[in-house]
Design a binder for this molecule. Structure first.
Ligand SMILES: Nc1ncnc2c1ncn2[C@@H]1O[C@H](COP(=O)(O)OP(=O)(O)OP(=O)(O)O)[C@@H](O)[C@H]1O
Ligand SMILES: [Mg+2]
Length: 245
């Protein structure tokens, strides 16, 4: 992949591209070198990987076993989309589960198209880091201010314990930690206090599950803060609301 990054002008503004060489020989040489560059990143793929990389319209699902080349498909597909001018780096959303996977993706795309172009990809990261970034920009859509804080698990449990006690419930019988887990599960499904199943709501705090969840969300909003679940929950709700507008 040597020389790939310097040779690829597609990530800059269109008018930043170097002028095309003139003359038949120059154009033929340019065409050949463009083919070589394309071969650079496509040549290491098997036919199935290549099909997935070159299918740029519509959704593509790659289902394959461990260590069989899924990440290679993803990183090469992003490089291909950028190299063929289909998108700018800032228009690519690439979401991973772990920080390790995000780092690996960044590094591998960097090898294909140059580190400087990966730096221009603000939307490559974990669910949570993308969620935070999105929320900082659109905090008002979640009833927050853009300088909201993020609570750690201990803070969450402490806050829930206060709410349980405020309802005159026995926090030994109704452990805050258990309720924190329940809230997280609801949030991962994008369910707000009014949408959780009645059975779930009744199963905690002498039937006060829904009320407690509602009080918890209100308290977070008053404190201008989020828990980890909110970093997924708020963006999901923002996207849903926009889709149905
Ligand atoms: N077509 C290929 N030919 C040769 N080597 C390949 C090919 N595709 C992937 N590899 C290599 O195989 C190894 C595993 O690839 P990759 O990391 O993309 O797989 P993965 O399916 O994402 O793995 P994991 O399940 O661990 O996430 C890497 O070293 C990669 O460079
Ligand atoms: Mg992988």
């Amino acid at each position: 992949m040597s020389g790939f990054s310097e040779d690829m002008p597609f990530f800059d503004e269109p008018n930043a591209r170097p002028a095309a060489p003139s003359g038949i020989a120059a154009r033929a040489m340019a065409a050949r070198s463009a083919q070589n560059r394309a071969a650079d990143y496509l040549s290491g793929l098997n036919p199935e990987q290549r099909l997935a990389v070159e299918t740029t319209e519509g959704p593509v699902l790659v289902l394959a076993g461990a260590g069989t080349g899924k990440t290679r498909v993803l990183t090469t597909r992003i490089a291909h989309i950028l190299a063929t001018g289909r998108a700018y780096p800032s228009q690519i959303l690439a979401v991973t589960f772990t920080n390790k996977a995000a780092r690996e993706m960044k590094q591998r795309i960097g090898i294909l198209i140059g580190d400087e172009n990966v730096e221009g990809m603000p939307w490559l990261g974990t669910f949570h880091s993308i969620g935070v970034k999105l929320l900082r920009r659109h905090a008002e859509l979640a009833g927050l201010k853009s300088d909201f804080t993020i609570l750690d698990t201990d803070d969450v449990v402490r806050l829930i314990k206060q709410l349980i006690q405020a309802e005159n419930l026995d926090d030994k019988r109704w452990p805050a930690k258990q309720f924190a887990q329940m809230i997280d599960n609801w949030k991962n499904k994008g369910l707000g206090p009014d949408e959780i199943p009645e059975g779930d709501a009744r199963s905690f705090g002498n039937g006060k599950g829904r009320q407690l969840y509602k009080a918890y969300q209100e308290r977070l909003q008053t404190l201008n803060t989020c828990d980890f679940g909110d970093l997924l929950y708020h963006p999901i709700r923002i996207f849903r609301a926009i889709r149905t507008c």
